[in-house]
Design a binder for this molecule. Structure first.
Ligand SMILES: Cc1cc2nc3c(=O)[nH]c(=O)nc-3n(C[C@H](O)[C@H](O)[C@H](O)COP(=O)(O)O)c2cc1C
Length: 337
């Protein structure tokens, strides 16, 4: 019997497969189905601070208008009952998931202001989250904003949150940092226990008929896995914090590559959204069969075994591979001489 268990940011997990942040956790039934399918933990959908701000502004406007009528007519105003804020709804869902599921629940936060990150993070801790994933979705589009300033943004909020929250904190990153290993080391020093590599940015498209910009959300494909494999294999053994992979896992082969490269946990979203919870069971079964066929005793034995940990200079190796590949490429015969 293979030991599939793993540990991530101090959480003991029965296997390495974790549904990543997506709308699936908005419904208890879906979360229960994912647990039944074998999920080792869940990352909840993100709570977005600006949505709370917008909701607050709307509620304020509504209350002001309601109060501007004639006093004697107030009795005719409908009773709207207790108003539940977005934060209350999120915390209630977190508590429901915590009560009804046996697996750990990781809350996900996307803040805007410093106080937002800190206060909302604290609220999630108090509501019983097992860990906190910070989804810092930031597109650096300001020409006066340096790379250092972008990194400082992440580090500052992590530092502030670390002062007030005891929970393990996982930073969900984009791949667009000029020196990812250095930045991850800094996150580790600022108190992060894990990083999730990577978030997927929504890519704007241009509609050539209407000449408008569209922002349709596209699900991922397995071709996105290799970007994660590269960075996991470079980071594994060079940083102490835990590594989670997110992006492009559509089958057990993708999950295995992530683990071999160094991920302690493999997250899935698109594949589950497309194919349902059975996909998670299939990936877990495929993983187990692969390990059994090769006489592995545990998943831990696999994690990082194909990383670049023992390479003295991974950058030189990457460059040599690149030059070799480019020079060896032959244009297809019959199309080109
Ligand atoms: C419909 C949808 C909703 C998502 N919502 C969130 C979210 O709320 N917070 C977050 O950090 N990531 C969110 N993501 C990103 C996923 O968690 C994941 O990182 C990304 O899709 C890459 O994994 P995949 O290739 O398995 O889909 C969402 C992705 C999708 C497709």
């Amino acid at each position: 019997m293979i030991d599939l268990s793993t540990e991530f940011v101090g959480l003991k997990l029965k296997n390495p497969l974790v549904p990543s942040a997506s709308p699936l956790t908005k419904h208890l039934d879906n979360a229960l189905r994912l647990e039944d399918a074998g999920a080792a933990a869940l990352v909840m959908y993100s709570l977005f601070e600006e949505e709370l701000q917008a909701e607050e502004a709307m509620a304020e406007r509504f209350l002001m208008h309601a109060g501007l009528g004639h006093a004697e007519a107030d009795g005719f105003l409908p009773d709207h009952g207790p108003f539940q804020t977005g934060l209350e709804r999120y915390l209630e869902q977190l508590q429901t998931l915590k009560t009804r599921l046996e697996i750990p629940v990781i809350a996900s936060l996307n803040g805007v202001s410093r106080s937002g990150w800190v206060e909302l993070g604290q609220a999630m801790e108090q509501a019983g989250a097992d860990a906190l994933e910070l989804n810092v979705y930031h597109v650096a589009a300001d020409v006066s904003h340096s790379g250092d300033a972008v990194e400082a943004r992440y580090l500052d909020l992590l530092f502030e949150l670390r002062q007030v929250v005891k929970l393990p904190i996982v930073m969900k990153l984009s791949p667009y940092f000029s020196s990812l290993p250095h930045f991850v080391r800094q996150l580790e020093q600022a108190g992060a226990q894990g990083v999730t590599l990577f978030n997927r940015f929504v890519q704007p498209d241009i509609d050539l008929e209407t000449l408008t910009v569209s922002h349709a959300l596209q699900l991922s494909g397995p071709d996105e896995a290799l970007l994660r494999v590269r960075w996991l294999s470079i980071l594994f053994g060079r940083v102490k914090l835990d590594l989670a992979a997110s992006g492009g896992v559509h089958g057990h082969e993708d999950a295995l590559k992530m683990l071999l490269a160094g991920a302690g946990v493999v997250q899935l979203a698109s594949a589950l959204l497309q194919h349902g919870p059975e996909k998670l069971t299939a990936v877990l079964e495929g993983l187990t069969a692969w390990l059994t066929a090769r006489d592995y005793a545990s998943v831990r034995q696999l994690v990082g075994s194909m990383s670049q940990k023992h390479l003295r200079d991974p950058a030189a190796m990457e460059r040599a591979d690149y030059v070799h590949m480019i020079n060896r490429y032959e244009p297809p015969r019959g199309v080109w001489r």
